[in-house]
Structures are given as C-alpha cells and as structure tokens.
Design a protein around this ligand. Structure first.
Ligand code: FMN
Ligand code: SF4
Ligand code: SF4
Length: 276
C-alpha cells in the first residue's frame, strides 16, 4: 500500500511554464494516485484556505523573479501543511539567482506553514522576458528526463519513509558563480532592474478579451482605461505573454540594457539543480 493517497500540485505560474514543469514532474508518480491542482495565480485563489492532511503529498512550483518573493507571504499564507511532505520547485531561465535565494525562501516558507520539505528542484524553462536570453528550446528532452527522474526519486524517497532533506542548497555553486550571484544581488539592492519590467502600454490591437486581466496575479490592469497600476505590478509578464493579440508591449527605454545585463549573468552550464 502506498504512503501517498493524493498528490496536490500547487503553482504560481504567470506565463504557464511552471505549471507545465510541475505536471511533467508529477507524471512520474504512480498513475493510481489521484492528482488535484491548485492554481494560486489570482488574488481570489489566495483568499481561500488549502488544508492538507494524512496521505497527501504537495508539489509546489513558482517562476523565478525577485518581485515574486514579495508575494510569498500571501502565496504560502493560504497553505496549511499539517506535517505533510512537500516538494518545492522553481523554473528559471538563465541565472543562478534562484538557486541561492528562491529555493532557500521556499524551504523557509514551507516549513513555517507546517510542511516537511523532502526535496527541492530548479528546472530550466524558456525566459518569459525574451527566449534569446540563453533559453531557446528549454525545457528540452534532457530537461524533461531530469524532471521525470526527479518525480520518480521523490516517490521512492517518500515510500521509504525518508522525509529528511540531506543535500545543501547551492552546494555545487562555484566561486565564479558566487561572484555572479553577489553582483546580481548588488544590482537588485540598487532597486534598478525591476522597474523597467513593469512599464507597459496596450495598443489598438486590443480586443478587450480580458485574458490579461484574468491572469494578472495582482489585479493591476484596468482594461477599460488601458492602464496599469505599476505600484501593484510585479513585472511577471503574464499579461504580455498571454495576450492573444500581442497588444501589450514593455515600454521602458532601459529594458534593452537590462536584458543585456541579464544575458551576461547566464549560468554555465544552464541545468537543473536537485536537492534531496
Ligand atoms: C521580471 C522577470 C524576472 C526574471 N528573473 C529571472 C532570474 O532572475 N533568473 C532566472 O533564471 N529567470 C528569471 N526570469 C525567467 C522566469 O523565471 C522563467 O521564464 C520562468 O520559467 C517563467 O515561469 P512561468 O512561465 O510559470 O511564468 C524572470 C522573468 C521575468 C518576467
Ligand atoms: S489580453 Fe490583450 S487583447 Fe485581451 S484584453 Fe488584454 S490586452 Fe486586450
Ligand atoms: S500587470 Fe504586472 S503583475 Fe499584472 S500580469 Fe502584467 S506584468 Fe504581471
């Protein structure tokens, strides 16, 4: 008899990659175990309470972006772990940034909410700011194989009753990588790089379908007036990537320079990180 009675997939996935990656990972778990999904993108979804209990296994996935961290109180605040096993996942697209910050934050928040963190994983996906940032074609077949392996190893680990995280996060980070992380943090603490991702405009191509409104994680879009509340906006680019008419464009003149800085931070090699 399996120790797992139900798998829960909890995700915050503005442009859809994190949802897809999580589903790929979970597809390696026995097909006999039912799966329930919990999409935490909208503010309304985070006003509900999600209570987990005996026999549940929770997989969580978010995108990497610094302003997503400002939503962690809300995202984790609606989850009650009650001691069930938890697997934290991030999708990322070019930099090491998340390895040392996001995975640690996810672990900290999950434990605070009463989960037992049994595994963490970071997996490559296409960059939602621009695929040209070293992420064309990701995840590729090799990435997907690693996702499935990860899902299988999690399953075996829990079936063995091993709920302890043995590896250290970022243990394989080289000195050169650590240097990149600290220079990235320096840019971030200057507060410069986040704002240009938020400035946007809606063109006449808009058909007022409200797809952007439905996928904005912070209710920052006024589609009648075609304006954005930039104080609320977390720069996730869900609106830009999901608009069927490509009517939303980033407008900051600083964006190109910042994307260049991002491409300079490309992780070599750009591959998955697994902590178990
Ligand atoms: C504003 C912004 C900032 C981002 N910052 C990073 C980053 O620091 N490091 C990284 O590897 N990817 C970064 N990304 C890329 C996303 O994390 C990546 O494309 C992710 O898979 C998107 O997930 P989603 O499709 O579920 O939204 C950023 C994306 C955006 C829009
Ligand atoms: S998703 Fe695009 S077309 Fe639809 S309302 Fe938003 S901007 Fe307009
Ligand atoms: S308005 Fe900002 S927070 Fe809302 S979807 Fe667009 S980029 Fe994301």
């Amino acid at each position: 008899m399996s120790a797992i009675k139900k798998v829960h997939l909890v995700y915050f996935s503005p442009s859809g990659s994190s949802e897809k990656v999580l589903k790929k990972i979970a597809s390696a778990i026995s097909k006999d175990i039912p799966v329930e999904t919990h999409d935490l993108l909208t503010p309304a979804s985070r006003k509900k309470e999600y209570n987990f209990g005996s026999g549940d296994l929770v997989f969580f996935c978010t995108m990497t972006a610094s302003l997503v961290l400002t939503k962690f109180d809300e995202i984790f605040g609606c989850l009650n772990g009650n001691g069930v096993p938890f697997v934290g996942v991030v999708t990322f697209a070019n930099t090491l940034y998340m390895k040392v910050i996001l995975l640690e934050e996810i672990k900290k928040y999950a434990e605070k909410r009463g989960f037992k963190v049994v595994a963490l994983g970071a997996f490559p996906a296409v960059h939602t700011l621009a695929a040209s940032l070293g992420s064309e074609g990701r995840p590729n077949a090799e990435d997907e194989k690693l996702m499935m392996d990860f899902g299988r190893r999690v399953y075996e680990k829990i079936e063995k009753g091993d709920y302890v995280l043995h590896d250290k996060i970022g243990a394989d980070t080289s000195d050169a990588d650590a240097e990149k992380v600290s220079s990235y943090r320096a840019v971030e603490s200057g507060g410069h790089h986040v704002f240009p991702f938020r400035e946007k405009a809606i063109s006449d191509a808009c058909i007022k379908c409200k797809t952007c409104v439905r996928h904005c994680p912070v209710d920052a879009i006024d589609i009648e007036n075609k304006t954005f509340d930039l104080d609320k906006c977390i720069g996730c680019w869900a609106c830009i990537n999901r608009c069927p008419k490509k009517a939303i464009k980033a407008t900051s003149p600083e964006l190109a320079g910042l994307l260049e800085k991002f491409s300079g931070a490309v992780t070599v090699p750009f591959e998955a990180e697994i902590v178990m």
